[in-house]
Design a protein around this ligand. Structure first.
Ligand code: PLP
Length: 351
């Protein structure tokens, strides 16, 4: 099997799994004050520090959650009192599910800054949600310019860094930043919301007052311990960028890469095969042992047209794209193996 769906979930990192297993053996609850509780608390606080340090946050202002969706939701619901929410047209469903006004993107997938400025100038204070990197195309938004516009208009900026974290350096200027553990190579079930000091989101999950009252419920300690280790290990890797570039260089004539002209994540390629549905491509590639996806649009098991590619004006192509996303441990012969399967698939389905 050739696993090329890291943007759905990264390959597990052995050291992160070891840390999760060790945390499962700690008997205490981090909220208990006895010795066992204090041992669990140490595991939790060490992970919090590692996560904050890795992504430019401060431990006391880092809320540990059960995943990226929860971190995004806490930011948008918890920080938006008295503010309009503006969100990019290619955001993940974690953001899109919350009522907002859409900021359009340009044909290359990057945010339309003039449109953002016009929306910000409309008056009422805003909370702006823009992802650092798109999960389907890997396209990076011009975050430093977005942050400057937000500052100039008194808006808060929430950055969904779920795909960018550990793969590129994340530009500063955010007020809140969402991270997900399983996209770093940790077990599923942990995430974090990093906050600019002085910001206090209202909890969306209440309960026992954990996480300084910002997220109720016993923390998922094993997954968080794994995330702490993975946060230190996930760093940009030129080897992965070279493998991805080799894939793109070897695609057959007629295949197109969405957002190719824009700055992108080094591990992601969204390939459109005009005239062939994504579903049929996925099936044949799967039969050849290659795991890729058509992006977040297939989360319910059914492939539909990608809202990301539609927002980029790709029309028909939005139902004909597969997402190739290389994991941190992609084998050296990834490009050769993928291209052999892709060429055979394209030849058969184009006939
Ligand atoms: N944001 C982006 C950009 C994502 O790609 C994902 C997951 O694919 C999420 C948020 C949600 O993260 P999680 O799966 O941890 O809930």
């Amino acid at each position: 099997m050739l696993y090329l769906d890291a943007n759905a979930t990264e390959s597990p990192r052995p050291a992160a799994l070891d840390a999760a297993l060790a945390a499962m053996r700690v008997a205490g609850n981090p909220s208990s004050i006895h010795a066992a509780g204090r041992a669990a608390r140490r595991v939790l606080e060490d992970a919090r520090e590692a996560i904050a340090r890795a992504f430019g946050g401060i431990p006391a202002d880092t809320v540990l959650t059960a995943g990226g969706t929860e971190a995004d939701t806490l930011a948008l619901r918890g920080l938006s009192a008295g503010r309009r929410i503006l969100a990019g047209a290619t955001e993940h469903p974690a953001i899109r599910a919350i009522p907002h006004t859409e900021i359009p993107v340009q044909p290359d997938g990057t945010l339309d800054l003039a449109a953002l400025e016009a929306l910000l100038a409309e008056g009422e204070p805003a909370l702006v949600a823009v992802m650092a990197a798109n999960n389907e195309t890997g396209v990076l938004h011009p975050l430093e310019q977005v942050a400057a516009l937000c500052r100039a208009h008194g808006a808060l900026l929430h950055v969904d860094a779920v795909q960018a974290a550990g793969r590129i350096a994340i530009p500063p200027g955010w007020d809140s930043l969402a991270i997900s553990g399983h996209k770093l190579g940790a077990p599923m079930g942990a995430g974090a919301l990093l906050l600019r000091p002085g910001l206090h989101p209202q909890a969306i999950i209440t309960g026992g007052g954990q996480e300084r009252g910002r997220r109720g419920g016993t923390e998922p300690l094993p997954a968080i311990a794994g995330m702490g280790v993975a946060a230190g290990l996930a760093v940009p890797d030129p080897r992965i960028a070279a493998l991805r570039d080799a894939i793109e260089a070897g695609l057959p004539e007629g295949a197109l890469v969405a957002g190719q002209a824009a700055p992108r994540l080094p591990n992601t390629s969204c390939v459109i095969l005009p005239g062939v549905s994504a579903e049929r491509q996925l099936l044949l590639l799967d039969q050849a042992g290659v795991c890729v996806s058509s992006g977040s649009a297939c989360s319910s098991g059914k492939v539909s047209r990608s809202h990301v590619l539609l927002a980029m004006g790709l029309g028909e192509g939005a139902g004909q794209a597969i997402r190739v996303s290389l994991p941190w441990d992609a084998p050296e012969d990834t490009a050769e193996r993928f291209l052999a399967a892709y060429r055979a698939m394209a030849q058969r389905l184009r006939r």
